[in-house]
Design a protein around this ligand. Sequence first.
Ligand code: GDP
Ligand code: GDP
Length: 433
Amino acid sequence: MSIVAIVGRPNVGKSTFFNRLIQRREAITDAVSGVTRDRHYGKTDWNGREFSVIDTGGYVIGSDDVFEAEIDKQVELAIDEADAVIFMVDAEDGITSMDEDVAKILRKVTKPIFLVVNKVDNVQRIQDAYEFYNLGLGDYFNISSINGSGTGELLDAIVEKLPEKEEIEEEELPRFAVVGRPNAGKSSFINALIGEDRYIVTDIAGTTRDSIDTKYNRFGFEFNLVDTAGIRRKKKVKEDLEFYSVMRSVRAIEHCDVCLLVLDATRGFDGQVQNIFWLAERNRKGIVILVNKWDLVEKETNTMRDFEAQIRREMEPFTDVPIVFMSVLNKQRIYKAIETAVEVYKNRSKKIKTSKLNEVMLPIIENRPPPSTKGKYVKIKFVTQLPTPQPQFAFFCNLPQYVREPYKRYLENQLREHFDFTGVPVSVYMRKK
Ligand code: GDP
Ligand code: GDP
């Protein structure tokens, strides 16, 4: 999927525009998972084309000075990782020196750049906006993120410039992405996996510039490793930037079936690891947590159990995820990691017959029907799995709008209990029948 990055100095209206773009989409995903994280990263679609939007500015906290120091890196990052860049400026303020700095970088870029003048809320501002020709980026789009004017034309233009839909891979090999924070041990893990060259079967050029799929045949499993560009790319951007590893992960996650989320046991399941975790969950990808460097942890009787319990608390409500403790250094449980990823892959592509589903689920529902609301009783008549790449279930009933989140979660948990969807986000929809 294509990525569009929004860059610009603080207060020009990036978040306002971003929120407008992803709103509709958020409404859908929130209804399912009840989770809103990574609000600077979202999906949207326009005229049937889906793409991801990243508000890079959202990651910079601090004064203008701080921003000024970061802006080069930020823009460079957007250029590296995105398929198109929206450069947002502010009609109210006119051109500032920071705008000029950004324009200077963008003028050298061959990717589609969209200069967007925001806060054009009235006719006077249309006049004011002319000065932005001076940025040397050619034509621009006048929009008002607050009232939405001009955003349609902008989106038309963006969608037109995005790369064509990626072809669907013909072979159905699992696609694994190794993601995580810098220094977690991702490269070591990949090196340990590929070990000797003979395990590499072929290099398939990725469908996008940044992602290279490499086919492996290891431990009796065949899989594609979705490599993040960042793993091999020289470190242009300082590694400790919060958004950098998130953006790198975005690409890898979108191209995979299962994320192998590597974390450093000495650092734990911290905020940034959680960001990546929720990113994968939001994208409905399979997930395996690999707690690496287990050799460095001093162990007492319950160390592993406690460690695991702590991670699961942070993962709520999506806790049905395998956690493998490994040491890449000692080549410990690397096989287990891959084996688990293969299982998650199978769970994700599992298709359950409608007859079987109803046979199992209807008695469960009968036993504990949805609680009545305002004297209305919901009658669920029929369940079916939707023909999507990841598990989604539609429950047909008379009054879908009366089924609340806790009951949907109950249904999800029952599905998990009876059919095993470990490591896989499961979507439950109520439909009118
Ligand atoms: P960011 O720092 O670039 O993400 O900017 P925000 O989205 O937080 O917006 C900064 C301020 O500009 C907020 O007070 C917004 O309400 C305001 N703003 C955003 N878009 C518009 C717009 O189209 N017109 C006007 N008048 N104000 C806007
Ligand atoms: P990446 O940035 O996630 O690709 O991390 P690297 O693979 O470069 O590893 C970062 C550091 O952690 C390197 O010094 C590795 O040797 C070390 N490392 C990786 N795996 C392990 C492990 O299982 N145990 C220990 N003790 N060190 C490890």
